[in-house]
Write a protein that binds this ligand. Structure first.
Ligand SMILES: NC(=O)c1ccc[n+]([C@@H]2O[C@H](COP(=O)([O-])OP(=O)(O)OC[C@H]3O[C@@H](n4cnc5c(N)ncnc54)[C@H](O)[C@@H]3O)[C@@H](O)[C@H]2O)c1
Length: 267
């Protein structure tokens, strides 16, 4: 098989990036668009349309923004419909949206538990539920879900968040198994600590008066590479998984954590 040059490898493809207005989703949307994709970013943050305008870089990249709640069925259906009516196809779905409340099982109230599953997991289900029929029409595609190292190994007080991440890994397995016959691949990225607005929020929540920079040093201590990751490093992995270069990968988890999960931190 002859693969297109990596520079414009997504030319003619449409990508829908849920959570594309910030952090890992934003960096991935930018890279996909740089390499030729028409990209729709969906975000809950007020600045989603402004971010889309920034990413489009005065029309040099093809990016539109849609602002709304990814856990709302009617909203997701209309966002997917708009994607296909404006761009004509749907080839790549990336689901990166999440919220990250802190708390153990007693501290986590029912509303927080439900909301975390709605934003982190149900939004993926809705995006795939409405998006996959269009992907099938496009002749196949790639779905990238974003879980976390917290899917398998946990810090304290992330009861709801980490539980959603385990669910995402299983959800992605089901996509891979059920959709392979339609030439749709599905893989999960499990990032470690990556510098994004969510990481800042996590650092503040665990900070006990320390600055964010000092907390990042604390988070980097158990990481063999001795640093946090950057959003573009996850975007490169997402682009690989979106591309035919990863054509034999489906139903897999790709960890990008600087070696964190490989280590036993006993001293
Ligand atoms: N940053 C890290 O260290 C890290 C580590 C492991 C996993 N992750 C995962 O990576 C993904 C991206 O995280 P990030 O660090 O870039 O976070 P971020 O907070 O920068 O971005 C989250 C995105 O989700 C969107 N979002 C939140 N609620 C939404 C809703 N109801 N509907 C639609 N969109 C909504 C936001 O608008 C934003 O675009 C998340 O799934 C997160 O759990 C991040």
């Amino acid at each position: 098989m002859t693969l297109p040059s990596i520079d414009r490898e997504f030319e003619g493809k449409t990508a829908f990036v849920l959570g594309g207005s910030s952090g890992i989703g934003r960096a991935s949307a930018e890279l996909l668009a740089d390499r030729g994709a028409r990209v729709v970013i969906v975000g809950h943050a007020e600045d989603t349309l402004t971010v889309a305008a920034e990413l489009s870089d005065n029309g040099k990249r093809s990016v539109i923004g849609i602002h709304g709640d990814g856990s709302d069925s009617g909203f997701v259906r209309s966002a997917v419909d708009r994607t296909v009516s404006e761009f004509g196809s749907l080839d790549i779905i990336m689901c990166s949206a999440a919220i990250h409340p802190l708390g153990n099982v007693v501290e986590t109230d029912e509303a927080t538990w439900d909301r975390t599953f709605a934003v982190n997991v149900k939004s993926m289900y809705l995006t795939c539920h409405f998006g996959v029929p269009h992907m099938i029409e496009s002749g196949g595609g790639s779905i990238i879900t974003v879980a976390s190292v917290q899917a398998t190994s946990n810090t304290p007080n992330v009861c709801a968040y980490a539980s959603t991440k385990g669910a995402i890994v299983t959800f992605t397995h089901t996509l891979a198994i059920d959709l392979a016959k339609h030439k749709i691949r599905a893989n999960t990225i499990c990032p470690g600590s990556i510098i994004t607005p969510m990481q800042e929020h996590f650092a503040r929540g665990n900070g006990e008066g320390k600055s964010i920079e000092d907390m990042y040093k604390v988070f980097a201590r158990p990481v063999p590479l001795q640093r946090l990751g950057e959003a573009w490093e996850i975007a490169e992995l997402a682009a690989f998984l979106a591309s035919p270069r990863s054509g034999f990968c489906t139903g897999s988890q790709f960890t990008a954590d600087g070696g964190l999960l490989a280590g036993l931190r006993i001293f």
